[in-house]
Design a protein around this ligand. Sequence first.
Ligand code: DAT
Ligand code: MG
Length: 140
Amino acid sequence: MALERTFSIIKPDATKRNLTGKIAAKFEEAGLRIVASKRIQLTLAQAQQFYGVHAERPFFGELCEFMISEPIVVQVLEGENAIAKNREVMGATNPADADAGTIRKEFALSIGENSVHGSDAPETAAEEIAFFFSGLELVG
Ligand code: DAT
Ligand code: MG
């Protein structure tokens, strides 16, 4: 399979606890290359747009408030099968269900404050990368 790219966020609960490096190391250990990375703070409008697919869910308000509560680190990860590989390294959405060794098992605080976001399909990966990065910022 050709190289694939996926989009990742190191979320506020993780940046607040100074876990950016430990989480980035998990990506690199899994063979994912960080080809773009920046620390930003989202506005409420940006968080609502990014998570628009969840707008009707009961946790939407809480999710968006959490995502703007501290800076985040947005990254593009590249590798063979990067989308699936990243989801594997992340672990299940609820850390209680996550496998040993995954980021969410080791670091997540709860289903909401779960340390990382990762794209779930090629279409969403492309959209999410374009939402945060210009082509010039992707250095493979
Ligand atoms: P994932 O982040 O594993 O792709 P998702 O896309 O279903 O999970 O949900 C997006 C985020 O929304 C998730 O990382 C945390 C939050 N979330 C999901 N289900 C939740 C719930 N039942 N209660 C609180 N927050 C939830
Ligand atoms: Mg998702």
